[in-house]
Write a protein that binds this ligand. Structure first.
Ligand code: ATP
Ligand code: MG
Length: 140
């Protein structure tokens, strides 16, 4: 295994319920280090671009509306096999299917309002980090 990076979003359902700290603690307890973090209000254009891969899915418009319904916290996480480590602690997309002890089992409200995003590959992690952060904002 190697130390790699991934991209995380603490979604509006979590920031609204004051769970920024709770989610971040679970990420850190899983062995991930927060090497960049900022709270932002995404624009519609930013959210549409970020989720462009899902443009044809029936839930696309609702997903974009949800992601701009309040502030999010975007983060760069670093650790051993960061993409997989993060996906494991996040749990399944639908919280009903998520394992005990995962972020989504603990905090998610629904399949849409599921508290966190995490990159699904090293390649997408690099693209997503670049979408939200300048190199000088990442302090490893
Ligand atoms: P993410 O990309 O946010 O880390 P994921 O990889 O587990 O989550 P994707 O399939 O990439 O899930 O879907 C992206 C997001 O779209 C989900 O996190 C969820 O918020 C929303 N979503 C996915 N499937 C549905 C669905 N059937 N109905 C409503 N929203 C959905
Ligand atoms: Mg995904």
């Amino acid at each position: 295994m190697a130390v790699t990076r991934t991209f995380s979003i603490i979604k509006p359902d979590a920031t609204r319920r004051n769970l920024t700290g709770g989610v971040t603690k679970m990420l850190e307890d899983a062995g991930l280090r927060v090497i960049a973090s900022k709270r932002i209000q995404m624009t519609k254009e930013q959210a549409e671009g970020f989720y462009a891969v899902h443009r044809e899915r029936p839930f696309f418009n609702d997903l974009v509306s949800f992601m701009i319904s309040g502030p999010v916290v975007v983060q760069v996480l670093e650790g051993e096999d960061a993409v997989l480590t993060n996906r494991t602690v996040m749990g399944a997309t639908n919280p009903e299917n998520a394992d005990e002890g995962t972020i989504r089992k603990t905090y998610a409200e629904s399949i849409e309002a599921n508290s966190v995003h995490g990159s699904d590959s090293d390649e997408n992690a690099a693209i997503e980090i670049d979408y939200f952060f300048k190199p000088e904002e990442i302090v490893g």
